[in-house]
Design a protein around this ligand. Structure first.
Ligand code: MLT
Length: 315
């Protein structure tokens, strides 16, 4: 058995595969053409976010039996094309949840206190004490859109900051939310009441562009928005307009409609904090996801055991 590790991953991934008697080949930074020309050699593939498994790459992988996303979102894998070829798609949903939730909280606090802007100004010797007056998170209302694994950790940490936490999650019972100390509300209610809104939803047709003019109009004036989920949930021009008018007081985003974002309409905006999709980029999370990816792909290739599948019922 041979598995390709196509994106930079912690060494533990290669080590576990080799220990399991699977030949692990690390080849990162390949162009789609390079990947397409070598993918036929492998029984499995491990990717993070840099590689996109498109239909033609999947079709070229004539021996492929499994594709693992070391992380959560599988929006960079053509899952239907994998299903057609009977390739099992898996993710590692738990490994980077704490890191992502902590990044969302850090972004929220950075919005409260303008930390990146104040840091830059102080480094420049400006000492702009008056310019960077902030707000407290204490007693403010945080609205969480998507109270899944990451959203629940954000809620827990925000409750520790003594915030009021409300959440919208259609697939979760209100009893479960209440059990976490979170009030469950409709999306409209959440927009109406939240001082901060943090999004923790996956990228689907239903979430595409959901932060748009219509949604923003329902939000409190001066709302602050945090997005450590997916860029595609934002209508970026609508958000820019609301940031310019002051309707949105601040945006902190880790993700973009098009990544890598080397040019962007948010660049240079004073009330915007940007990070380059690093919410899950901690030492701990990278070890966790690499380890889980290696274990899951080994389990499937060697024993047929399916874990955290995205198409397990059809493959
Ligand atoms: C994920 O989907 O796991 C996160 O967005 C992290 C990443 O893409 O690297």
């Amino acid at each position: 058995m041979k598995v390709l590790i196509a994106d930079k991953s912690d060494n533990i991934c290669e080590k576990i595969l080799n220990e399991n008697g699977i030949e692990a080949v690390v080849k990162t930074g390949m162009t789609p053409e390079e990947l397409k020309s070598c993918v036929a050699e492998y029984d499995g593939i491990v990717i993070r976010s840099a590689t996109t498994l498109t239909k033609d790459i999947i079709e070229a992988g004539t021996k492929l039996k499994a594709a693992v996303r070391a992380g959560i979102g599988v929006d960079n894998i053509d899952v239907p094309a994998c299903t057609e070829k009977k390739i099992l798609v898996m993710n590692t949903p738990l490994g980077n949840t704490v890191s992502t939730a902590e990044h969302a909280i850090a972004m929220m606090m950075a919005l409260c206190r303008h930390i990146p802007q104040a840091n830059q100004s102080t480094h420049a010797g400006k000492w702009e004490k008056k310019k960077f007056g902030g707000i407290e998170a204490y007693d403010k209302t945080l609205g969480i859109v998507g109270l899944g694994t990451i959203g629940s950790i954000v809620a827990d940490r925000a409750l520790g900051l003594k915030m009021k936490v409300i959440a919208y999650n259609p697939s979760l019972t209100c009893e479960r939310a209440q059990g976490m100390g979170v009030e469950c509300v409709s999306l409209d209610e959440l927009y109406k009441r939240s001082d901060f809104i943090s999004y923790h939803v996956s990228m689907r047709e239903t979430s595409k562009g959901m932060i748009n003019k219509e949604a923003i109009a329902k939000m409190k004036d001066g709302v602050r928005i945090i997005n450590c989920a997916r860029g595609g949930i934002m209508n970026e021009p609508d958000i820019k307009e609301a940031l310019e008018s002051g309707k949105i007081a601040g945006l902190a985003t880790d993700v973009y409609v098009t990544e890598p974002a080397k040019e962007h309409i948010f660049f240079g905006m004073e009330n915007v904090i940007l990070t380059p999709h690093i919410a899950a980029s901690t030492k701990e999370a990278q070890i966790n996801v690499a380890k889980q990816a290696a274990e899951q792909i080994s389990d499937y290739l060697l024993n047929g055991k399916k874990t955290n599948t995205k198409n397990g019922d059809k493959v």
